[in-house]
Design a protein around this ligand. Structure first.
Ligand SMILES: Nc1ncnc2c1ncn2[C@@H]1O[C@H](COP(=O)(O)OP(=O)(O)OP(=O)(O)O)[C@@H](O)[C@H]1O
Ligand SMILES: CC(C)(CO)[C@@H](O)C(=O)NCCC(=O)O
Length: 415
């Protein structure tokens, strides 16, 4: 499959990859000043908590693109659960531009950048903010805002009340909602949605964000060279204290191809990526983030993702799941199944006695373990089917996926 490419858009289009490994951002679109090395020379071009150690001199700014659309610049992903809005806040306004900037534009900028909560459900993820990004010759900051897709109607009203609809006539949008709500955008605020494919954009986004930050791609490793299962901390229910001995290590993503991209949204898509413009969707599963949240709400009475995650963090899945040792009394050594491996998710819950004792926390934890183990297993099958093998790290990573280390990877990626 080839990635979509077009002249005008601010989102996922990019030129074909060069023969050399460094990631090149779309020339006509997203231009953060990446040096000939693969990492951005701008220290500040990274998320605040993960500043890079290098101190390369900045490259000269790219000239402004005179064909770029007028500000404000937005991109949206309207997903099955969450709508994500990216706002580019330009930094270097010159005098002439400042004079030209309308009151409405200034108000929009102030409203979006001075608040981190919008109404009851809209949030700006300040920790995700990317500084010093250059897009189409303009330097600025990328802000990441999200709200439940069920609130699209309220968003359209807000866009109208802030005068956004008078300034923006086209928004670049991905996700199923770009199709589903196309007519609403037209009718309510007279905005056109220019649709881009969500999976094309996903790959361009992963490569873009990785090129900004050497620490972006990481894995959890045991503190010494012993295999994961021989760690003293490696006994369920994996308390936060026991897991704290694991160390987060940057994963070298400089020659990534081929890789398997597992995108956990409401549902899950798995893509084999052979190059920046060359991928296919190998598989997917309907048991994804939406399932975790939906089942947690049903089983625990919680009503938000934050609540569900907090419950899961405090729970113990071994009171809910049936482990190999519950069946074998220990390991099933012949086939290398350790006693503490989950043999049957929720397998203890057929007992009324056990059901009476189980806590909401344990149910939330078991839900998270079930979903993440399943995603890990499918991902592993896809990788081995497609001969996607990595070096030594992979053994640990894959092994971890089968255990609930994956919970932590999951928590990291959803937060
Ligand atoms: N604040 C939050 N509110 C709701 N869900 C959240 C939140 N933070 C993380 N999540 C998790 O992320 C999932 C949604 O992820 P994401 O936004 O990537 O998917 P989506 O784009 O809505 O779905 P899809 O791509 O399948 O259409 C939820 O199902 C939930 O498990
Ligand atoms: C439908 C999408 C692609 C929407 O993002 C996603 O939710 C998904 O991949 N769901 C899993 C569908 C499947 O079973 O393959």
């Amino acid at each position: 499959m080839r990635l979509h490419r077009c002249e005008g858009c601010l989102a996922a289009c990019r030129p074909p990859r060069r023969a050399t490994p460094p990631y090149e951002l779309p020339k006509d679109l997203v231009k953060c000043q990446v040096k000939r090395g693969r990492r951005s020379p701008h220290k500040s071009c990274v998320r605040p908590s993960l500043a890079m150690a290098d101190s390369l001199p900045p490259t000269p700014p790219t000239p402004p693109d005179n064909n770029a659309p007028p500000m404000p610049w937005f991109g949206m992903d309207i997903g099955g659960t969450l709508t994500k809005l990216v706002y580019f806040e330009p930094r270097e306004n010159n005098r002439r531009e400042l004079d030209k900037e309308t009151e409405v534009l200034k108000n929009i900028r102030r409203y979006l950048t001075r608040n981190s909560a919008y109404g009851k459900t809209g949030r700006r993820d300040v920790h995700l903010q990317m500084e010093n990004v250059t897009i189409r010759g303009r330097r600025g900051t990328l802000h990441f805002i999200r709200f439940p897709t069920s609130e699209v109607g309220a968003f359209l009203q807000l866009a109208r009340s802030k005068g956004m609809a008078d300034l923006v006539n086209t928004i670049y949008a991905t996700g199923g909602g770009a199709y589903k709500f196309e007519e609403d955008f037209k009718k309510e605020v007279n905005m056109r949605l220019s649709k881009l494919d969500e999976l094309d954009a996903l790959i361009a986004g992963v490569l873009f964000v990785d090129s900004m930050n050497a620490q972006e791609c990481y894995y959890w490793a045991p503190p010494n060279e012993r295999p994961v299962h021989q760690q003293p901390s490696d006994t369920p229910p994996y308390s936060a204290e026991a897991l704290s001995v694991y160390v987060r290590k940057p994963y070298d993503f400089s020659s990534p191809y081929p890789f398997l991209l597992v995108n956990i949204g409401s549902g899950v898509s798995m893509l084999v990526v052979n190059g920046p413009n060359d991928y296919f969707r190998v598989s997917g599963t309907s048991l994804g983030g939406g399932t975790f949240l939906g089942l947690c709400c049903l089983l625990t009475g919680c009503s938000s993702f934050e609540e569900a995650i907090a419950l899961a963090a405090a729970g113990d899945n071994t009171t809910v799941d049936k482990l190999v040792r519950d069946i074998y009394g220990g390991d099933y050594a012949r086939f290398g199944l350790p006693g503490d491996l989950v043999a049957s998710s929720f397998g203890q819950m057929c007992s009324a006695e056990r059901r009476a004792k189980v806590s909401r926390e344990d149910l939330a934890r078991a839900t998270l373990v079930t979903i993440t183990n399943n995603i890990g297993s499918i991902a592993r099958l896809c990788a081995s089917n497609e001969n996607i093998e990595r070096d030594g790290v992979a053994d640990d990573c894959w092994y971890s996926l089968r255990r609930d280390r994956k919970i932590f990877a999951f928590l990291e990626c959803v937060e």
